[in-house]
Design a protein around this ligand. Structure first.
Ligand SMILES: *Cc1c(COP(=O)(O)O)cnc(C)c1O
Length: 362
């Protein structure tokens, strides 16, 4: 079976001695490796400043806190995502207001964001779903006019670009996830980017129990509600090795396979695929195929040893989100036509050709 997602690490002879070095160094908590990873990550992708975090979900929760979301504030979000995008909003005390998506991409639609803004809207969370960038120019224009903060959930989109920059640079805040099956993994981990550098001290406090590291524990003042959201030296070392060894080739391979499908599937009647605006360049975490016969095609691909699925469930269908439920027509249409197919680094030239041939047969 060709899987839809797969974990990747540098070879054991490269990675294991490096992990061993940290494990027996006597310093395994947040320390030099974490700060080195932070520096290398922001440098590599051209980001200004950022903090390494224990998970993408924790980074989202922090972004919402730093954006000023408090009990009862409205946060506009999308249901077409992994659940942590939205559980972090309720965790911060926010009230979710669902915006509809663009049926061409599955991404939150700027028009629907605009319609859902009220005097209580504190933040907007956008997700570059499956690696395809949202229409950020339009979204940022709307948000700036209304003075509302925007958080980019880039968990699927490491290496995706908007204009000449990588995603994560457009909004006020952005987060990444290094969970097992994302483009890059540190086993578990995350990253928080933010533009306003006056937030740095508060961000560090929120990450570590409300206190500042480096100040003696008998003298430090705990001044804000904080959490245990720091990354540790062991996972940071894995991140450093990932950055150095194979993340570029991995992302390039996802993109190469994605572009191959775009080209080949455009020749097949009844088959379409996700599209971004002219600025967006997907990093194709998973490939988004669109067809009126998604159920039949899913069956056919699975019978041929190719994993294909919708992967997520529109979040508003969960009972936990019952109070904010509303049916969104474009999202339902997108979801009905959606089928994700494998396009990651493990999909070889022969695999991708075979996948296209099976789709053609259907
Ligand atoms: C994986 C994921 C997250 C959460 O990241 P974790 O590191 O698993 O906490 C958030 N949003 C999206 C869209 C994700 O896919």
């Amino acid at each position: 079976m060709i899987p839809l997602v797969k974990v990747s690490f540098p070879p054991a002879n490269v990675l294991m001695p490096k992990i061993e070095e940290v494990l027996y160094s006597g310093q395994v908590a947040e320390g030099a490796f974490v700060y080195d990873f932070e520096k290398k990550f922001v440098e590599k992708y051209g980001y200004g400043q950022g903090l390494a975090i224990s998970s993408g979900t924790a980074a989202l929760h922090m972004a919402l806190i730093l954006a000023g979301v408090e009990d009862g504030d409205e946060v506009i979000s999308t249901a077409m995502t992994a659940e942590p995008t939205n559980t972090s909003i309720t965790q911060a005390g926010g009230k979710i207001v669902w915006a509809d998506v663009d049926s061409a991409s599955g991404n939150i639609s700027p028009e629907s964001i605009k319609e859902n803004i009220t005097s209580k809207t504190k933040a907007i969370v956008v997700v570059h779903y499956a690696g395809y960038p949202c229409r950020m120019d339009e979204i940022m224009k709307i948000a700036k006019e209304k003075n509302i903060k925007v958080i980019e959930d880039c968990a699927h989109a490491l290496g995706a670009k908007y204009g000449k920059d990588f995603v994560g640079l457009q909004a006020d805040f952005a987060i990444f996830s290094f969970q097992a099956i994302k483009h890059m993994t540190t086993v578990d981990g995350g990253f928080l980017l933010f533009k306003d550098n006056t937030l740095l001290e508060k961000a560090k406090r929120v990450r570590w129990f409300g206190m500042l590291k480096g100040v003696p524990r008998t003298e430090v003042d705990l001044s804000v509600q904080g959490y245990k959201y720091n990354m540790n030296n062991v996972t940071a070392q894995i991140g450093l090795q990932q950055l150095q060894h194979n993340i570029d080739q991995i992302i390039e391979r996802h993109i190469s396979n994605g572009l191959f499908y775009d080209q080949e599937l455009s020749k097949i009647k009844g088959i379409d695929f996700a599209r971004c605006d002219s600025q967006g360049r997907s990093s194709y975490w998973i490939y988004t195929l669109l067809t009126d016969n998604s159920k039949d095609l899913e069956k056919l691909l699975t019978e041929n040893g190719i994993s294909a699925s919708k992967l997520h469930k529109p979040n508003y269908h969960h009972s936990f989100f019952k109070s904010s439920f509303k049916l969104l027509p474009q999202l339902e249409k997108f979801y009905d036509r959606l089928l994700h197919i494998p396009c990651g680094w493990w999909v070889t030239n022969e695999d991708r050709q075979r996948i296209v041939d099976v789709i053609k047969k259907g």
